[in-house]
Each structure stands twice: as C-alpha cells, then as structure tokens.
Design a protein around this ligand. Sequence first.
Ligand code: ADP
Ligand code: MG
Length: 218
Amino acid sequence: MGLDFDEVAVTGLTKSYGATLALAGIDLRFASGSTTAILGANGSGKSTLLWLLALLSRPTRGNIRYGEYGMDDAAELRGAIGFVAHQLQLYPGLSGLENLELSSELYGVADAPRRIEALEQALGLAEYWTRPLRTYSRGQAQRIAIARALLHSPRLLLMDEPSTGLDEGSTDVLADLLAQQREAGAITVMVSHEVGFAERVADRVIRMERGRIRGDQP
Ligand code: ADP
Ligand code: MG
C-alpha cells in the first residue's frame, strides 16, 4: 500500500464537460470502516464522482483530501485505491489469472500468489481462470474486476454498479467481501441501481440528482 489515510473529504466538487454540469459543487466526508451506496437516475453524476475520487479525472473546481494528502499526491495515492469502473478495463487477450498477476506487479502486492489464490477461491474463478478474458461472460469478467480491485487491500474501494451481471451466489459473495472490507477499515463508495443490494451492504445511502446531493442517510 502507498500512502494511507482514514478519511476522504470532498469540498465544493464541481465537474463540467463543456456545457454539461456533471457535478454542481458537492461536499461529502467518508470515514474509515464505512460503506456508502450512491443512488440516482442516469446522468446524475454518480460515475463522474467515482472517477474524481479515483484520481482518474480532475475537477473543474473544488477539492478532495485523502487524510493529510491531496490530489497532487495522485501517483502515490493510487496504490491505496481500488476501482471497479463500469467499463472494466481488463486486458482482453490475457486470462483472468494473468490480469490479476499483472495488476499485482503494478501494485507491488506483497505475497501476491496467496492473495490471488484467496480471491480465486472466494469468487469461484477457477472454471474459466486460464482462458482469455474476451471469452468471459459479463458476470465472469465482473468477478475478475472485483478481484483486481481488492488485490492490494485498498483503503479506498470504489465500485460502479458492482453487481452488474452477477448471479445470486456471486452477489452474496460480493456482499460478504464488502463486509470484510468494512471490518478491515476500508472506505467503500459504490454506485448501484439495485436499491435492495445497496441497502443490504451499505451503512449510508446517498441520493444524487443532477450533480447534487438530494439525500444522505444512514
Ligand atoms: P451517472 O453515472 O449518474 O449516470 P455520469 O457521471 O456518467 O452520470 O454523467 C453525468 C453527466 O455528465 C451526464 O450528463 C453525462 O452525459 C455527462 N458526461 C459524463 N462523462 C462525460 C464526458 N466524458 N464528456 C461529456 N459529458 C460527459
Ligand atoms: Mg454511471
């Protein structure tokens, strides 16, 4: 793990894409050991918020603090962040195993073989483990993306609709993994369209509407 922190604080966060105001000045705090679900209609700014939190895009205005660190520490902070994006960003020509091995090297995961093995077991990846990723179903690729996000035990775990394509059994496994992350002190922020799943795994639900926070409750 790179730099560490126990809180993420967002102030006045604004993001425009040309004439489109995707985030209209958001203030939020996320504490260690919390799981937040973000709900909202299409286009309300949920994915934009995750991309900014992941330091993959810069805000138009406003700030994000990661404990004592800031957006200028992006390169060092990335080692403490895991992200399941909507577009999974895995290598299609590599197998699931190879994708995880490559990511382990990039992240410098200590004891990578044991960690990969544990995730393979937990997520039931074995049956398609060595085939190229392009042959996977959406749910199978989704499980690899979830494993990749958890590989380095990130402090900040960001997931954009993580239950997409997952069957009931895999959704239960995901819920268990999220509970383990919370117990380990992770800060989890996930976007979900499934209110039932969000309410089951989250201890806080935020509703977004047109780039603003419309509801925030435990
Ligand atoms: P959500 O994830 O809630 O569906 P997004 O954050 O993806 O919403 O998008 C918020 C708004 O920003 C939408 O109007 C969307 O069309 C726009 N948007 C998102 N990404 C881009 C982009 N790269 N270029 C232009 N507009 C974008
Ligand atoms: Mg989205």
